[in-house]
Design a protein around this ligand. Structure first.
Ligand code: KG4
Length: 330
């Protein structure tokens, strides 16, 4: 095999369009991301039809820019990878069809990627080399999954949310309090302004000792509290909400690591960008345990993680047929 393998990654599963060139699955040569926040913010959530149209308008320019920034052309690519699952099906199709066209014309392997596995690969793009098996916690707007990761394509799901995902709870609480969209960064920022740092809400799933999560109860607790206390300080409310929401993640991730005798813990997905979560994870860590989280920009959706995990499949000889389909669920 050549010494330098160059892969193009494409991502359009939700509300970010992204194209990236990655060398040898590790080194990011470019990572162009176009967020659609402005398009969806008036609706406090992603409008699928608007999202797929915007991906279609943006993707060609992003591919051109990503290749230019990397200083390469289509002819230099060894493979093309795109998210094929899970996501909004109309959105997924844009990156996947683009990747199929590039694969067909350039005669290079097409790698259809599981977006969730790609998120957990993000720290590898910044020099991390976790030892398998490790614990993987994926926390985003649509998912809350806890895994034991044994290697590429080998993830055992220990548990997931029974209802809302944590990012969804951040978004819904922010919407209810009129903070804006997406809620996660706005809640985090406002929580830092809380002077009283009260505990207004009970611990989530206080008696649970399995690996399920639930975020619909805390959301309802916030709504009820605001109805009963319309003049309460919003910063105190979001502080309390955030502490409880994150405490559940910290508790369950460490209990899984300790039950299975695993010392390395990967945390990924949009909610992993949260600074308070990073603090809480570090505080709870024992000296022989290791928390691995990518920089915030690689926690939210991006194509570098797609190109990166794509490389791991490329070197195993994967080449998906052009008939590979977009799948809304994994
Ligand atoms: O992974 P991601 O970009 O997209 C998917 O959901 O697939 O994650 C977006 C989610 C949103 O719900 C957003 O509110 C949340 O991640 N998020 C955060 C933070 N930054 C983004 N949640 C908490 N704290 C943050 N700093």
């Amino acid at each position: 095999m050549k010494n330098t393998i160059l892969g193009l990654g494409l991502e359009s599963s939700c509300d970010e369009t992204s194209a990236s060139v990655v060398e040898n699955g590790r080194k990011i040569l470019s990572n162009r991301i176009k967020s659609q926040i402005d398009l969806h913010k008036d609706f406090f959530g992603v409008v699928p039809e608007l999202a797929s149209r915007a991906h279609l308008e943006t993707i060609n320019v992003l591919v051109k820019n990503a290749l230019e920034e990397a200083g390469i052309g289509f002819k230099d690519l060894d493979y093309v990878a795109a998210t094929s699952r899970p996501g909004l099906v109309g959105s997924l199709l844009i990156a996947l069809q683009s990747a199929k066209a590039i694969s067909y014309i350039m005669k290079i392997p097409l790698i259809a990627v599981n977006h969730l596995e790609a998120h957990l690969y993000a720290p590898f793009l910044e020099g991390a080399s976790p030892e398998y098996p490790c614990i993987g916690l994926l926390i985003s707007g649509g998912n809350c999954n806890l895994y034991i990761i044994n290697g590429t394509g080998n993830m055992k799901l220990l548990g997931k949310t029974a209802d809302d995902a944590p990012g969804e709870a951040f978004d819904k609480v922010a919407r209810y309090l009129d903070l804006g969209y997406p809620g996660g960064p706005l809640v985090e920022k406002l929580a830092r302004e809380s002077g009283q740092k009260p505990k207004l809400f009970p611990k989530i799933m206080a008696d649970s000792n399995d690996y399920r999560f639930s975020y619909s109860g805390i959301k309802t607790a916030v709504v009820n509290y605001v109805k009963e206390n319309p003049d309460a300080d919003k910063s105190d409310i979001v502080f309390s909400f955030q502490e409880r929401a994150l405490e559940l993640l910290v508790r369950k991730v460490y209990s899984a690591a300790r039950e299975f005798g695993i010392r390395e813990i990967l945390v990924a997905g949009g909610v992993a960008a949260n600074g308070r979560l990073r603090e809480m994870l570090q505080k709870e860590k024992k000296p022989d345990e290791k928390i691995i989280i990518a920089s915030p920009i690689l926690c939210t959706d991006n194509a570098a993680m797609i190109a990166g995990i794509g490389y791991q499949y490329f070197i195993k000889g994967k080449n998906d047929p052009l008939s590979v389909d977009a799948e809304p669920r994994v």
